[in-house]
Design a protein around this ligand. Structure first.
Ligand SMILES: [Mg+2]
Length: 510
């Protein structure tokens, strides 16, 4: 199909565009990107172009996982009767497979929250288990929850551990997690879950009316689009058809939006291994030496894709939802630019708005606490100095008493009385300040918890952990050039837009 070219007006500066958009429709920038220099835009499918109704897909995944645990792995039938909390897991958590805990870490791998089942670990438990040694070398023990696809397994893990232990079973936490992972994979491989989704697409998939116009706008600006998904062809075809077919009269089928379609791509291996592209023709597969528009390929690797499409690495923007499989690997192995789709941004910016006043109060408390600390240091120093002088005076008094100098003893005695009065005053001041610091600290802690609960009742904000950036937030900062809630947010921006990162400052520069 011939590409149509729309006349493009001069784009307004990025600050202006962003400021006029609701925050959940904005595209956020970690690393500046001139969109006009992007020639190829690639998309992942699941959770990127295809947005699932999360509670529905969670329920489906949980149902099949639990069924397989009971029927194929011999777990107690009671697991089938439980209600699993789909609101418990979020992205960016780590499963401690050894202890059966689910934890959240900050960017330094410091565990800031954790649960066993749904019971929160106390500060003392966290300290004893995680803070006495570095966790960096223990990565095999921790499973990273970095996609929305992985949330159901965490819901099942927490629910099952809690129920099994309560019923008196000896639980092998590592084995249980491995079984849950395998069961959910089997339910995908044997098509139990994909078939259920395809049988009722409107129930499981949210059709975004702005998706087709977004892709059209990019194509109209001369960009070539490609689809790169790990899903198999029949599923991809049905899903993409549901999302795009009939959406715009210019496009007879969903395939007309894309210059290249690659299914079963085996990411992250696609970025790291050398594998041939194979064309899918009916049931047959044949290796190919070139890629053509309108045909369907599977497998492949990044070098061949760039070579066959004649693409410059940094002229490619890849849009995906998987921080590891889509974004981190693309970023580490290639010069591709990356955009991360984070559906959670909608709730996250909403919570930011709702907590604006509380966060201002929190800042005020922090400043008050700093002032009290400062005063406390002053009075402690003064008390020490007073006590030192008091000791000296007492020593002088003793010496004078022995030498019989009555007159000088009187002077020293007066000074002793004054110093003792000062000491009493300072002690009182210190007691009062310490009490004030404790009060502010308690208020601050309660407010912090209250704010975190506005983001998520179990885990707080996705992007922060304690007073730091969360490990997940840190990965986003590190590997995603852009991040936004959904693909169609690109519709609000010109294809010539300059995505400008806010200038990053080192602590000494602020
Ligand atoms: Mg995906």
């Amino acid at each position: 199909m011939a590409q149509t070219t729309l006349p493009l007006p001069d784009p307004p500066p990025s600050e202006v565009v962003s400021a006029t958009l609701p925050r959940h429709e904005r595209i956020y920038v970690n690393r500046s990107l001139r969109f006009e220099q992007v020639e190829l835009v690639g998309f992942d499918m699941d959770y990127t172009l295809a947005i699932y109704d999360q509670p529905e897909i969670d329920r489906l995944s949980i149902e099949w996982t639990v069924r397989k645990l009971v029927e194929e792995r011999g777990y107690p039938a009671m697991l089938g009767g439980l209600t699993y909390r789909t609101d418990f897991p979020v992205r960016g958590l780590q499963v401690d497979r050894k202890l059966g805990h689910v934890v959240k870490m900050d960017r330094y791998r410091y565990v800031t929250r954790g649960y066993h089942g749904h019971r929160e670990l106390t500060k003392e438990e966290r300290r004893a288990l995680y803070h006495s040694r570095r966790l960096r070398g223990l990565s095999g023990r921790f499973h990273w929850v970095d996609t929305l696809y992985a949330l159901p397994e965490v819901a099942v893990y927490a629910g099952a551990i809690e129920a099994l232990e309560k019923a008196g079973y000896e639980v092998d936490a590592d084995r249980l997690f491995a079984d849950i992972r395998e069961c959910i994979d089997i339910a995908h491989r044997d098509q139990s879950i994909p078939n259920a989704v395809l049988a009722d697409l409107p129930r499981y998939v949210i059709r975004d009316p702005d998706l087709a116009p977004t892709l059209h706008k990019l194509r109209s600006a001369g960009k070539r689009l490609f689809l790169l998904t790990n899903s198999a062809w029949p599923y991809t075809d049905r899903m993409m058809g549901y999302l795009l077919s009939g959406a715009m009269p210019e496009y007879p089928s969903w395939r007309h939006y894309f210059d290249l379609v690659v299914v079963s791509s085996g990411k992250p291996g696609f970025f790291t291994e050398k594998r041939p592209f194979r064309e899918i023709v009916g049931d047959a597969r044949r290796p190919v030496g070139s890629l053509e528009r309108g045909r369907i390929y599977e497998g492949g690797c990044i070098q061949d894709l760039e070579r066959m499409l004649g693409a410059r690495g940094d002229g490619v923007l890849y849009v995906g939802d998987h921080i590891y499989g889509d974004v981190l690997r693309a970023k580490k192995e290639t010069a591709w630019r990356t955009a991360l789709i984070l559906q959670e941004m909608v709730a996250e910016v909403d919570a930011l708005d709702r907590t604006a006043e509380d966060r201002r109060k929190r800042h005020e408390l922090e400043q008050r606490l700093a002032r009290v600390d400062e005063e406390l240091r002053f009075h402690v120093a003064k008390l020490k100095e007073t006590e030192r002088r008091l000791e000296e005076t007492k020593a002088a008094l003793r010496a004078e008493k022995e030498s019989g100098s009555v007159e000088r003893s009187d002077v020293a005695n007066e000074s002793r009385v004054a110093l003792e009065a000062t000491r009493r005053r300072e002690r009182r001041a210190i007691d009062q300040l310490r009490a004030a610091a404790t009060r502010i600290d308690e208020e601050h802690r309660a407010l912090r918890r209250h704010i975190a609960n506005q983001f998520h009742p179990y885990w707080g904000s996705l992007f922060s952990a304690g007073q730091e950036t969360s490990s997940f937030g840190h990965q986003i900062e590190e590997y995603a050039c852009l991040y936004t809630a959904r693909v169609s947010n690109f519709l609000r921006y010109s294809p010539l837009h300059y995505f400008r990162s806010p200038r990053a400052l080192m602590p000494h520069e602020t």
